[in-house]
Design a protein around this ligand. Structure first.
Ligand SMILES: C[S@@+](CC[C@H](N)C(=O)[O-])C[C@H]1O[C@@H](n2cnc3c(N)ncnc32)[C@H](O)[C@@H]1O
Ligand SMILES: CC(C)=CCC/C(C)=C/COP(=O)(O)OP(=O)(O)O
Ligand SMILES: [Mg+2]
Length: 291
């Protein structure tokens, strides 16, 4: 039941700010990997992030069973949705009249989940017209288009008014931008006392420098993974004070080990598994207060 991406009349689409952003817009405009679409088809929540939590081997049953592959897809999707729920758990109290911002919103799965949980307005931004159209079509199908909206916009230069947003997040989208610029922008539109949350992969300063696995992940996705140290420094410089930091590395390994066994492999699984195991790469959540 993959949603048709009927273009919704968009007023004026701003040009990407740099040639790099043009490349990233092109990348996501043409992305249609089965590992993302087949998982999204399970319940209509389309994610571009990874999963956390233990694999339910009982739910998977016997690998020889004809339904095993379908169950495996559903299990990977369950773990990805659990990741988004965990992020939303850290936004703090949100009221129905609040506005949330999903910076780098992909196809909008997390936005729908946030609206369902809090009843609030959710504004998503992506460089990709295909993704924004997809998210808006899903919102219209769900009859929540007046509360959940995606648009094409640079997350470093958004239209949101100063102090107008109750909480914001980046779910696996910080590796495409300079962190000082990114946190300056979140800090501008967040209200004082608001909350910022990110789930991201970062290289571990304890390892020394980005490992060959981290370089492979960067090349695969055309991104630039930052170090854990860089996150904390850029937050401190931009009035974002960490409230909670969780190392999700042990929680995400089961997802990758299961995905590596599936027919939906994309070729990047070993780089994640090896770098999480050798300690050069970490999967973390940081929740910060805007002070
Ligand atoms: C890996 S996807 C994550 C999508 C979504 N957060 C999720 O969890 O499903 C990365 C997203 O970041 C967006 N992105 C990258 N650079 C951006 C920028 N400068 N401004 C806005 N969006 C950006 C891409 O368009 C894409 O939607
Ligand atoms: C943790 C890190 C470093 C993430 C990089 C950003 C990224 C591409 C996330 C997943 O997107 P996706 O769901 O489209 O990827 P895939 O097709 O591999 O599932
Ligand atoms: Mg994916």
């Amino acid at each position: 039941m993959t949603t048709e991406t009927t273009p919704i009349a968009t007023a004026k689409i701003p040009a990407p700010a740099t040639p790099y952003q043009e490349d990233i817009a092109r990348y996501w405009n043409s992305e249609a990997r089965p590992v993302n679409l087949r998982l999204g088809d399970v319940d209509g929540l389309y994610h571009h992030h990874y999963g956390i939590g233990a694999v339910d081997r009982a739910a998977l049953g016997d690998p020889a069973h004809g339904e095993y592959e379908t169950r495996l897809v559903a299990e990977l999707h369950r773990l990805e949705s659990a990741q988004a729920e965990f992020l939303l758990d850290h936004l703090g109290p949100i009221r129905p009249d609040d506005t949330l911002v999903d910076a780098g919103c992909g196809r909008g799965g997390s936005m729908v989940m946030a609206h369902r949980r809090f009843g609030c307005r959710v504004e998503g931004i992506t460089l990709s017209t295909t993704q924004a159209d997809f998210g808006n079509t899903r919102a219209r199908d769900l009859r929540i288009e007046d509360r959940v909206r995606s648009r094409v916009c640079n997350m470093l230069d958004t239209p949101f008014d100063k102090g107008s947003v109750a909480a914001s997040w980046n779910n696996e989208s910080t590796m495409y931008v300079d962190l000082q610029d990114l946190f300056a922008e979140h800090s501008r539109f967040l209200r004082v006392g608001g909350r910022y949350v990110t789930i991201t992969g970062c290289w571990n300063p304890r390892y020394g420098q980005p490992s060959k696995w981290v370089s492979q992940i960067n090349a695969h996705f055309e991104c630039n993974i930052h170090s854990r140290r860089e996150y904390l420094r850029a937050m401190a410089d931009n009035r974002l004070v960490p409230h909670t930091i969780v190392d999700l590395t042990p929680e995400t390994l089961p997802y990758w080990e299961l995905r590596a066994e599936s027919s939906l492999v994309t070729g990047i699984e070993d780089a994640f598994i090896e770098s999480y195991r050798d300690g050069s790469f970490q999967y973390i959540l940081i929740a910060a207060d805007r002070v």
